[in-house]
Design a protein around this ligand. Structure first.
Ligand code: NAD
Length: 436
């Protein structure tokens, strides 16, 4: 099957490479010339474990290619995916659909024969109707169907998530499109991964409902962590105690500095706006958004408190800048609140992130970036563990103690055990461990 992928970012590149690995002939299109040039030279523009091998193998097999020229990819394709960004629209919190609509216009002018146009981007309910209207208006003669097929992959485990998904959701009422999508995902249905067919609008909403629920779950355990600190309880044990209940489940019950990343913040906000627009407010999610924003902003205060009430003239080592491990993605990372707030309070920052420092430079500007965690820690008055990269889980604590100017560790991911840190002589601050 011939597939065109419009947008070669985290989602477009991973899903394009995976569809090629299923045996389809995939052309990934992007308007970012630098990105396409790097891909053409065999360089992967993002950090995603395993992606380099997957891309290389499929390019070599002639099933995967990259181009700036949308026309060559779209003409004659059986399926055209829209996998462009849908960031928060400036000013009102709705999803910015301008990239999706621009892609729809481009597709309209080029499709030939029956074509399935698929929104893989996360788009508010009703966007598929608008994409269909755009194409129909420009090409009244065209034979096409617009399908919703939201993506659920997680950065850092994207290939595994794509190839072994909990489910695939396909939203369409068109029988022909359904057959094409069934064929496209056949390797997954053969392996008995659930493929859920719904209407287009339902499928669009499933994506937002899923992300909103997970964001709410994280926010719930964060609030429990705050309560644990006040009442002398341990949030790790609360999480285990409730997570073993199958109705609740153990995942997404890790307290931390507030959720970030390229999806939860923008998607929760967009859902809130969609619901308000339809006069059916989702108050739980409105509260989740507000609580999480406040939490991210409050983390600098925790660090300043650990420093004895003032950050002026102090040096803070920040370990981890990306919103989670195993990605270089900095979008809406908690570091974007924490670092500037500490700087505003007079601290100098020495930072290390295993993969995110190039991206971090673009958004956090000039910090003192160090090549390894110990370099960041050397001479600092405090260490903040902000992202739970494996590299930070097994630090040589005696060495850390020697390198630090003062033995203060603020562990915003509960990577270490309080007893262990006390044994090494640290003043150790973590999240929700009121018993310690
Ligand atoms: P991204 O910003 O990494 O990539 C989008 C790409 O689209 C960019 O490279 C951009 O240059 C390109 N683009 C924009 N308009 C184009 C056009 N007209 N023609 C060709 N290329 C164009 O975004 P992403 O993280 O891959 O996310 C894409 C969508 O998938 C979003 O809606 C997002 O919410 C959703 N999503 C993302 C993730 C994730 O983990 N990143 C997971 C699930 C769903």
């Amino acid at each position: 099957m011939r597939v065109a992928m419009i947008g070669t970012g985290y989602v477009g590149l991973v899903s394009g490479a995976c569809f090629a690995d299923f045996g389809h002939e995939v052309t990934c299109v992007d308007k970012d010339a630098g990105k396409i040039e790097r891909l053409g030279q065999g360089e992967i523009p993002i950090f995603e474990p395993g992606l380099d091998d997957l891309v290389e193998r499929n390019v070599r097999a002639g099933r995967l290619s990259f181009t700036l020229d949308g026309a060559s990819a779209i003409r004659g394709a059986d399926v055209v995916f829209i996998a462009v960004g849908t960031p928060t629209r400036r000013g009102d919190g709705h999803a910015d659909l301008s990239y999706v609509y621009a892609a729809a216009e481009e597709i309209a002018d080029l499709i030939e024969g029956f074509t399935v146009v698929v929104t893989k981007s996360t788009v508010p309910v009703g966007t598929g109707d608008e994409v269909e209207a755009i194409i129909r208006q420009r090409r009244p003669d065209a034979e096409f169907a617009v399908v919703s097929n939201p993506e659920f992959l997680r950065e850092g485990a994207a290939i595994e998530d794509f190839k072994r998904p909990d489910r695939v959701v396909i939203g369409t009422d068109d029988a022909r499109a359904r057959a094409v999508m069934g064929e496209l995902y056949r390797p997954l249905s053969l392996n008995e991964f659930p493929v859920v067919y719904t209407s287009r609008r339902t499928s669009e909403l499933i994506k937002y409902a899923g992300n909103a629920f997970l964001a709410m779950k994280i926010t719930f355990i964060n609030e429990m962590a705050d309560l644990c600190e006040k009442v002398g309880a341990d949030v790790q044990q609360v999480a285990r105690g409730i997570g073993l209940d199958k109705r609740i489940g153990a995942k997404f019950l890790h307290p931390g500095p507030g959720y970030g990343g390229s999806c939860f913040p923008k998607d929760t906000l967009a859902l809130v706006r969609t619901a308000q627009k339809h006069d059916s407010p989702v108050r739980l999610i409105e509260t989740t958004v507000a609580v999480n924003d406040a939490r991210k902003k409050s983390m600098a205060g925790r660090v300043i408190e650990a420093l004895g009430g003032s950050a002026a003239g102090k040096t803070v080592a920040v370990l981890g800048l990306t919103f989670k491990p195993n990605t270089d993605d900095m979008r809406d990372s908690p570091s974007l609140d924490l670092v500037p707030m500490l700087q505003a309070a007079g601290a100098s920052i020495q930072a290390h992130d295993p993969e995110g420092m190039n991206e971090a430079r673009k958004v956090l500007g000039d910090l003192d970036y160090r090549d390894d965690p110990y370099g960041a820690i050397a001479g600092a008055d405090c260490v903040v563990i902000l992202t739970e990269w494996d590299q930070f889980r097994a630090l040589d604590l005696s060495r850390v103690r020697l390198l630090l100017n003062r033995p203060v560790v603020v562990d915003l991911r509960n990577v270490y055990r309080p007893e262990e840190m006390a044994r090494h002589g640290f003043d150790y601050f973590s999240i929700g461990r009121g018993e310690a």
